[in-house]
Design a protein around this ligand. Structure first.
Ligand code: E4P
Length: 215
């Protein structure tokens, strides 16, 4: 399973990209709003940091509007992926963009049927939201597993981006469930790096090293 960073914060993106663990970035209107900066300016900056798929979301609610926004966004960089909300107009826009060879990420996926439809409309990626399903008492990881099984059985090439990740356990559970990618928020990524036993272990090694006779 590959890892993307789920943020529009360029400082976070630089820091995690330098670790060599991510190969893409996802943004959404809420993440962009948090930065208090111009949308295109932020996305352009991100494309200069990470050499991989960068999802930028459209906000029109009609297919024609989504396609027009997409045409503008792809001018920013060849790595831009157009993020489209799952709905009838979104599917229509996805199909049109696929015909134009423009990559898409159909987002706000909460059922396997939605993922199947998005894939059939030509989506490059689907983004099932694990954490938001867990929040309402459902099981987000089970959805990842269902979609992965359906795509495997039917030879569907669309990649599954496990989104709405809330904790390190979600990352590993999604990997086991068959997600192709997990898009991980900065704080969860940091938690994935650290472990109290690793911290203790490093401290003990350094302490013991002090007792090694030095010539
Ligand atoms: C990414 O593609 C999604 O927009 C994001 O993971 C949603 O996460 P949230 O449910 O924590 O807002």
């Amino acid at each position: 399973m590959k890892l993307f960073l789920d943020t529009a914060n360029v400082d976070y993106i630089r820091e995690i990209n330098d670790l060599g663990v991510i190969c893409g970035v996802t943004t959404n209107p809420s993440l962009i709003a948090k930065e208090g900066r111009d949308f295109k300016e932020v996305v352009t900056e991100i494309t200069g940091i990470v050499d991989g798929p960068i999802s930028a979301e459209v906000i029109s609610m009609d297919a024609d509007g989504m396609v027009e926004e997409a045409k503008e966004l792809i001018k920013i960089h060849k790595n831009i992926v157009i993020k489209i909300p799952m709905c009838a107009q979104g599917l229509k826009a996805c199909a049109a963009l696929t015909k134009m060879n423009i990559k898409t990420n159909v987002t706000l996926i909460f059922s396997a049927a939605q993922a199947l439809l998005a894939a059939r409309a030509g989506a490059t990626y689907v983004s099932p939201f694990v954490g938001r399903l867990d929040d309402v008492g459902a099981h987000g990881v089970e959805l990842i597993e269902e979609i992965a099984n359906i795509f495997a059985v039917h030879g569907i090439e669309c990649e599954i981006i496990a989104a709405s990740i809330r904790k390190p356990g979600d990352v590993t559970a999604c990997a086991l469930a068959g997600a192709n990618i997990a898009t991980v928020p900065y704080d969860v990524m940091k938690k994935c790096i650290d472990h109290p036993l690793t911290t203790q272990g490093i401290a003990r090694f350094l302490k013991d090293w002090e007792t090694v006779p030095k010539k």
